[in-house]
Design a protein around this ligand. Structure first.
Ligand code: GRF
Length: 204
């Protein structure tokens, strides 16, 4: 089984926590072999450390150029030889060296129904646009911004009184189901999607 997964994080790590919980419950067949970050202070790192998962930091400030940072990030990941790289709240665009090292093996979770509302403000942009539903997307990463092939999506209604924070928090609850489900499918090489229409959750 191709179950080795490296996870990149920049922040809180609620998606990383969801991956760990799904692994613990047997719902996700992955093995997290490393957790990397661009932010040494990211709380998500502590989650990895308490589980004894190796961590690494590639801070942009430590490199003379964007290209050097891209190379360093790719080298760190190549060294741990993951089958898949998961961006779980990793707030940087990944460059050509990483994309080249793991073609169609990097996935990202994004808080909107792509291709609507790419970029750093998915929930706020959905509110601004006045749409009645939004959600989250797990997709393969390509050279664009949130533009790779969609793997799975979950729908989240926008409720009266929602602000960006309340909406994002309900979206994240669905991310925590969807991302581990997609990772499980990828590591098992499962071919066909299943659709749970009751939950508006389309998982591969
Ligand atoms: C998630 O909402 C994800 O969609 C976006 O960044 C956020 C990360 O949250 N890419 P967390 O660090 O996993 O809590």
């Amino acid at each position: 089984m191709s179950d080795r997964v490296a996870v990149l994080v920049s922040g809180r790590g609620s998606n990383l926590r969801a991956i760990f919980e799904a692994i613990d419950s047997g719902a996700c067949a992955a093995k997290v072999v490393a957790v990397g970050t661009d932010k040494p202070e990211a709380p998500a790192l502590d989650l990895a450390r308490t589980r004894g998962v190796p961590t690494f930091v590639v801070a942009p400030k430590a490199f003379p150029s964007r290209a050097a940072w891209d190379e360093a990030l790719a080298a760190q990941l190549v060294a741990v030889a993951p089958d898949f790289v998961v961006l779980a709240g990793f707030m940087r665009i990944v460059g050509a060296p990483l994309l080249g090292a793991f073609p169609d093996r990097i996935v990202n979770v994004h808080p909107s129904l792509l291709p609507a509302f790419p970029g750093a403000h998915g929930p706020a942009d959905a509110l601004k646009a006045g749409v009645r539903v939004t959600g989250c997307t797990v997709h393969f990463v390509d050279a664009g911004v949130d533009s790779g092939k969609v793997l799975a999506q979950a729908v989240v209604p926008i409720l009266p009184g929602d602000d960006a924070a309340s909406l994002h928090s309900r979206i994240q609850a669905r991310e925590h189901e969807l991302l581990p489900a997609v990772i499980d499918r990828l590591v098992r090489g499962a071919p066909e999607p299943t659709i749970d229409a009751r939950k508006h959750l389309v998982v591969p």
